[in-house]
Design a protein around this ligand. Structure first.
Ligand SMILES: Nc1ncnc2c1ncn2[C@@H]1O[C@H](COP(=O)(O)OP(=O)(O)O)[C@@H](O)[C@H]1O
Ligand SMILES: [Mg+2]
Length: 363
């Protein structure tokens, strides 16, 4: 049985006069896991995190932390600690005192205090920075200090609310890797909030996708990307082409479909598929390729390049296909082979794919 450090049981949060910020959330977080809450701004991520921390209380349901119902446990007695986007460190205190702050408040002093703070400084790779004042640090260093200040208290769960949001892209990517390594080495459970899908995909063991207060799917990154559970999740994670299809027939593990603008299509069957059912076939742009002459076999559709963008390692194309109102989005790697040709606007092309890369989704 999984060792769940957090159990969220049918938790709903309704603010006075507002819609449900969190709507019937129900999931577990395993001990030692890097778990992310991913969703657009306003979907309820912070509210859910604050309920775990004890800064906010569920209108319905219960949150169990380390097998204890948390509703009667105040924030400061929970085995959790929170790191915010705006690194709330004291600018007038030095790094050592910033990190020591919470430990001193809980009565620690002398050699043990020093040892714990220095250990935390090592974790965040700021050994020797103890005497530096908070306002003499870069953004990345300040965020590290905020992290150390939370870690030094040795919480069982660290709650992080968009902690890298204020950093520039390069630093953010560095910190993503460091944070992931740090989490694995200290073994503390992380619940990490972000609206950035790449960040969630690259860091997490599992991701919960939230939209309008509802948790739509919980899965490891690869599963979320390769096998999204529905159209909403598929569209939120990465870009994807959606094709309205009607099921013509279902065979062994395979379905034959009729797709607007595509004629007959093949895809892997999903459960309980019936002839006549209308659903959506989805395909990622990088699963598609462009060729200039008509393929002899396999899955393809004819179209016209409407727009293209050269991005160095790859090119993006919008291909217009007759019978469709939205173009097909193709992301082609600029491998040696393709570089010689390129595909100009207004050029007639064939979009090809492996039939197994079509994902059937119900709306
Ligand atoms: N204290 C509050 N009072 C009323 N409404 C709130 C409060 N906090 C958040 N909300 C509302 O709850 C919804 C979810 O907010 P939030 O959890 O902050 O989303 P996210 O962190 O995903 O951006 C939003 O519609 C927001 O306006
Ligand atoms: Mg938020």
């Amino acid at each position: 049985m999984a060792d769940n450090i957090i159990r969220i049981e049918k938790v709903t949060k309704q603010f006075a006069g507002g819609a449900k910020a969190v709507d019937d959330a129900h999931f577990n977080v395993e001990r030692g896991e890097f778990f992310s809450l991913l969703g657009p701004s306003g979907c309820g991520k912070t509210t859910l995190l604050r309920m775990i921390a004890g800064f906010e209380f569920p209108s319905e349901g219960e949150i169990y932390i380390d097998n204890q119902a948390s509703s009667l446990i105040p924030a400061y007695q929970r085995p959790t600690n929170m790191v915010f986007q705006s690194y709330a460190i004291f600018p007038h205190l030095n790094v050592f005192d910033n990190i020591a702050y919470g430990l001193r408040k809980s009565g620690l002093s002398g050699g043990e205090l020093k040892r714990r703070v220095n250990e935390a400084l090592g974790m965040i790779k700021l050994d020797g920075f103890g005497a530096r004042r908070g306002d003499q640090l870069s953004g990345g260093q300040r965020q590290r200090v905020a992290l150390a200040r939370a870690l030094v208290k040795r919480p069982k769960v660290l709650l992080l609310d968009e902690p890298l949001g204020a950093l520039d892209k390069k630093l953010r990517e560095e910190m993503q890797i460091e944070l992931r390594q740090l989490q694995k080495s200290v073994g503390i459970t992380f619940v990490f909030v972000t609206h950035d899908q790449e960040e969630a995909l690259s860091m997490s063991d599992r991701i919960a996708v939230m939209v309008k207060g509802k948790v739509l799917q919980i899965a490891p990154p690869q599963e979320l990307y390769e096998a999204p559970g529905n159209v909403e999740v598929a569209s939120f994670i990465g870009s994807i082409n959606l094709i309205d299809v009607t099921v013509k027939s279902v065979g062994a593990g395979e379905a034959v479909l009729d797709g607007a603008g595509f004629g007959q299509l093949r895809a892997r069957a999903i459960d309980d598929l019936k002839a006549g059912e209308k659903l959506v076939a989805a395909v990622r742009p990088e699963k598609l390729a462009l060729v200039s002459s008509r393929p002899g076999s396999g899955s393809f559709v004819e179209g016209t390049v409407k727009a293209s963008a050269y991005l160095g390692d790859r090119s993006h194309y919008h291909v217009f296909v007759k019978g469709r109102t939205t173009p097909i989005y193709v992301a082609a790697q600029n491998a040696e082979r393709a570089m010689t040709g390129g595909f100009d606007t207004a050029k007639s092309v064939y979009v090809t794919w492996d039939w197994q890369s079509l994902i059937l989704l119900r709306r």
